[in-house]
Design a binder for this molecule. Structure first.
Ligand code: ATP
Ligand code: MG
Length: 646
């Protein structure tokens, strides 16, 4: 017998994109889904013409499950597609607007960004970096991060960006894992006004790293640092005496573009390998259709370059479309809680893409903050990283989007490289809380353990049925883990996403939470997302995380960690009220046994709830690797609270 996940949350109302948006949308052909189905390879082949190739492909797809080769035989260069090809028409167009932590700023036109990239690429080459050498980038959100990525791709050196906020250990782990001989970092940077000594942190990490040869340091915070002779060199000195030109390397479509480590929500981070051709085709078209990028848009994706979102939808996707991107260094509450809306107003941002964790935080801070700013330039909003609870969706829609901006709730992963499930903003009727339909050409399904499709409305395991251009090629140095993690459940032609989901009568996909986190209460299997959303829908709750605790009688019971709204007060009565609220919304089986009020939750640096750490706290087991945790102190704090209840 196979088990499914029960789904009990009530349906929400529908939202339609405004007529004007529909009229002008980049993708407004409702037949596009059928067209893609009729001829899948033809569909992707046609889209490949949006990319410039030095040599055309011999075959569109070579699929030896689970190994895909896309556009075999073709040659291209990612930086050429993001820069050079825009120069003749858009050389003077702004490519990058950078807004610094200290309210300093800079802009680069496409020509300027190309010049900076080509010069740095020439310097990297001169230094001896060759095609295939992995270069680690450990930089905060400064233009040099983008320039470094593009310079690496220009010379065919795969980059591995490590989030600047990660520890020295996390850096060393990733450099060793990818056998990277080169590091690009900076002297320091400011975070909420406080100096972070980045170079010092890097030096500590490098002590445990036997492969490093050269370290390039860009001057950002002007703090005093130690430079190690023969190893460390300043960026400015390096580019001083080199050519300002650097021909883009002609890369095979299947040459590696970059390595990117996953967030580590469910286990040790995986070094996901992405290649060049398919990745560029996939991120280019999803940027164009899902974000509806037009020539005059000011597009702001708030994700850090240290995440896949920063790769696909801050750098490669938008720049390959010739868009103007905003890049922000710093925090949403520094110097004050209006920082994001201040930037939207200042630059007239039209498209804004952020994460549910940020949206819930803004919601908690109150409507009066965004109300102080002119947000009328916004025309499209996006969300990524976690399921967005309907309450947060509605707040985003009404308060930030003034009820006229479609919201694209985009489901995807480091491994998928591009957005897989999302509304097309000019075509799709939205329902708060669902990422809606798979992108044209993508076939997703909800399966049981035997690989049978579960009936509509039931929860199961989210699968992707066919190869797609930007898919993961392997896990760096661990092909076996690649096979085991994604391709062992139902065989090698169906990708296991690791998320629970259900499909509704409109064919929309609702992500129910991580498969590893399904809670089993008295024979019922419940996803975390619906219980969390029902808690969050209560007016006193800002954020919630639920977990299962082993119980002799019921198997597991539901434990809920709750962050209250600023104006709500913790009390036993409120606990009772919240339990009843869940019963009303979902049913008695979902009733939380315990509610724990807290000010914080264990989160990854990208703002997701760190499920495996929560599980360890709830069940009093080893917490394991917490190098990717944003706020390690919360672990002890929550453990204490849980123990008090025992
Ligand atoms: P690890 O794989 O190391 O555990 P991770 O899965 O958190 O880390 P990412 O690749 O950054 O690393 O995150 C992808 C996951 O984020 C998805 O599998 C899904 O659980 C969640 N996710 C992303 N976007 C959405 C969305 N729009 N709706 C629901 N869940 C989402
Ligand atoms: Mg994952």
């Amino acid at each position: 017998m196979t088990e499914t996940i029960e789904s009990l949350l009530k349906e929400q109302k529908k939202y339609y994109p405004p007529e004007e948006f529909v009229r002008n949308a980049n993708m407004k052909d409702p037949q596009i889904y059928e067209k893609a189905e009729e001829d899948l390879e033809g569909f992707w082949e046609e889209l490949a013409y949006n990319i410039d190739w030095f040599k055309k492909w011999d075959t569109v797809l070579d699929w030896q499950p689970p190994h895909a080769k896309w556009f075999s035989g073709a040659k291209l260069n990612a930086s050429y597609n993001c820069l050079d090809r825009h120069i003749s028409k858009h050389g003077d167009k702004t490519a990058l607007i950078w807004e610094g932590e200290m309210e300093n700023s800079a802009t680069y036109t496409y020509r300027e960004l190309l010049d900076a990239t080509a010069r740095f690429a020439a310097a990297l080459k001169e230094m001896g970096i060759k095609k295939g050498d992995v270069v680690t980038i450990y930089l905060p959100m400064i233009p040099e991060a983008v320039i470094s990525m593009l310079a690496c791709s220009r010379i065919g050196a795969p980059h591995s960006v490590v989030f600047a906020g990660f520890s020295a250990d996390a850096l060393a782990q990733r450099m060793n894992d990818s056998n990277s001989h080169y590091l690009i970092t900076c002297d320091g940077y400011f975070h909420k006004g406080k100096l972070i000594e980045q170079k010092e942190k890097a030096d500590i990490g490098l002590e445990n790293c036997n492969c490093v040869e050269k370290v390039i340091v860009t001057n950002h915070a002007a703090n005093a640092i130690a430079m190690k002779e023969d190893r460390d060199i300043w960026w400015d000195e390096l580019i001083h005496n080199v050519d300002s030109e650097c021909e883009p390397e002609h890369m095979d479509a299947e040459d590696i573009l970059f390595l990117m480590y996953t967030s580590g929500t469910t286990g040790k981070p995986k070094g996901v390998v992405h290649t060049t051709g398919g990745y560029m085709v996939g991120t280019n078209v999803t940027s164009k259709w899902i974000f509806d990028l037009k020539d005059d848009d000011i597009y702001w994706c708030t994700a850090d370059v240290g995440w896949i979102t920063g790769h696909s939808y801050l750098v490669y996707g938008p720049l390959s479309n010739g868009a103007t991107i905003v890049m922000h260094e710093g925090a949403p509450d520094y110097p004050d809680k209006g920082r994001f809306w201040d930037i939207v107003e200042k630059y007239g941002v039209t498209i804004f893409y952020t994460a549910p964790t940020a949206i819930r935080t803004f919601m908690k801070w109150g409507d009066d903050i965004p109300a102080k700013y002119d947000l009328s330039s916004l025309r499209l909003l996006g969300s990524v990283g976690e399921p967005i609870n309907p309450k947060a969706w509605l707040w985003y829609y009404e308060v930030i989007g003034n009820s006229h901006c479609p919201i694209v709730d985009t489901w995807w992963q480091t491994e998928t490289g591009m957005i897989m499930i999302s509304p097309l903003p000019g075509l799709t009727t939205m329902k708060p809380g669902t990422a809606t339909r798979p992108f044209p050409g993508i076939k997703a399904s909800v399966l049981d353990d035997d690989g049978n499709e579960v009936p509509e409305g039931n929860g199961g395991s989210l699968a992707i049925e066919r190869p797609w251009p930007s898919m993961i090629r392997t896990i760096n140095g661990d092909e076996q883990r690649f096979l085991d993690t994604y391709w062992s459940k139902w065989g090698t032609d169906r990708y296991l996403a690791g998320d629970g989901a259900r499909r509704d009568k409109d064919g929309y996909f609702w992500v129910l939470g991580r498969l590893d986190d399904v809670i089993k209460v008295s024979g019922h299997r419940l996803g975390t997302m619906e219980i969390e959303s029902s808690l969050v829908s209560h007016k006193a709750v800002a954020e919630a995380a639920v977990d299962g605790k082993t119980d002799e009688i019921k198997g597991e019971v539901v434990v809920a960690y709750v962050i209250l709204e600023a104006d709500a007060k913790a009390s036993d009565e409120l606990k009772q009220e919240l339990k009843e609220h869940v019963v009303e919304e979902i049913g008695p089986i979902a009733r939380p046994k315990q509610i724990i009020f807290t000010d914080d939750l264990p989160k990854t640096r990208s703002g997701k709830i760190m499920r495996r750490v929560l599980k360890a706290i709830t069940n009093d087991t080893e917490v394991g690797d917490i190098t990717t945790l944003q706020n390690p102190a919360v672990v002890e704090e929550l453990k204490r609270k849980v123990n008090e209840l025992r």
